[in-house]
Write a protein that binds this ligand. Structure first.
Ligand code: ZN
Length: 298
């Protein structure tokens, strides 16, 4: 295997990295995603980053983890939220392959994070893993027998749309009410804090206020973490994983309360299944996307 390039296309930023066959990141580049300029501009930005990294690396393959649901057969976007306007329907794999002159494999960004963590992070050497990513929203991916379970439409593991107690008045990113993402995500923290206080701040700010001693922020964070932990414990009984990993920018804020609820709710037969923080941080998606490229049939 040669080094490959992994690309992470998010609603806010696009990152790319050259990753060696051992999972080590050698060079990393990042630019703001020109989401408001439309899909062609987003593809151009991603291609430029990848081309820069490929310059000195011969003909390495390219993998992409992107926001949205990806058709596993074609590498096109089936569904995307308005964080990337017009992204649904974009043939990402074909469009980037044309720009870069080489095959490109594409998957969902949380799926890529799971691939990355199971290769070079907290899921290393584990065959069965549930990974959830808590950032602005809440996503998830299921790894079974060392492979990501795609499901019928490439969307298995989307834990954000499970019904969640306490979220009844909160609107989910999918448009319905009462889902786990509506409470256990950056958006959910912000919404719950606004309901309690009438003050509109970001989810990150809620976590900062909790750390600084704001009792309402602490209560919002504890409730969100508790609901997340209980849901994950239930999913352990469904999936029987070796470990549950929590990734994403809000992971560290939610993990303390989540761990307490998780341990309390976990059925006795699974008491040894750990709930762990992911360890690759902001590199998880680029590392997993690079791994996807390396695994491509030649
Ligand atoms: Zn939902």
């Amino acid at each position: 295997m040669t080094a490959s390039v992994g690309v992470d296309v998010g609603g806010t930023k696009t990152a790319a990295a050259l990753v060696d066959p051992g999972g080590k990141v050698w060079h990393r580049r990042e630019v703001p995603t020109p989401a408001r300029s439309g899909p062609e501009a987003v593809l151009d930005a991603a291609a430029r980053l990848a081309a820069d990294l490929l310059g000195g690396a011969g003909t390495g393959p390219v993998g992409v983890g992107t926001a949205g649901t990806v058709d596993p057969a074609t590498g096109s976007i089936r569904y995307a939220t308005d964080s990337l306007p017009g992204w649904a329907g974009t043939p990402v794999a074909d469009a980037l392959a044309t720009r870069l002159g080489r095959p490109v494999r594409v998957t969902n960004d949380v799926t890529a994070a799971a691939l990355g963590e199971c290769w070079a992070g907290a899921g290393r050497d584990r065959r069965h893993v549930l990974l959830v990513a808590v950032g602005t929203g809440l996503g998830g991916a299921v790894v079974r027998n060392g492979r990501v379970a795609a499901g019928a439409r490439g969307a298995a593991g989307e834990v954000g749309h499970l019904p969640a107690p306490g979220a009844e008045l909160l609107r989910c990113g999918c448009g319905r009410y009462g889902h786990l993402e509506a409470i256990a995500s950056g958006t959910g923290l912000a919404a719950a804090y606004a309901v309690e206080t009438g003050t509109h701040v970001t989810g990150r700010a809620v976590a900062e206020r909790a750390a600084a001693g704001d009792a309402v922020a602490r209560q919002v964070l504890d409730r969100a973490g508790g609901v997340l932990g209980a849901a994950l414990a239930g999913l352990v009984a469904l999936l029987d994983p070796d470990a549950v990993l929590v990734a994403g920018g809000a992971a560290s804020a939610l993990l303390p309360a989540a761990s307490v609820a998780y341990s309390a709710e976990l059925p006795a037969g699974w008491a040894d299944v750990p709930l762990l923080p992911a360890t690759l941080g902001a590199d998880a998606v680029v590392v997993g996307a690079a791994r996807l490229a390396m695994d491509a049939p030649t």
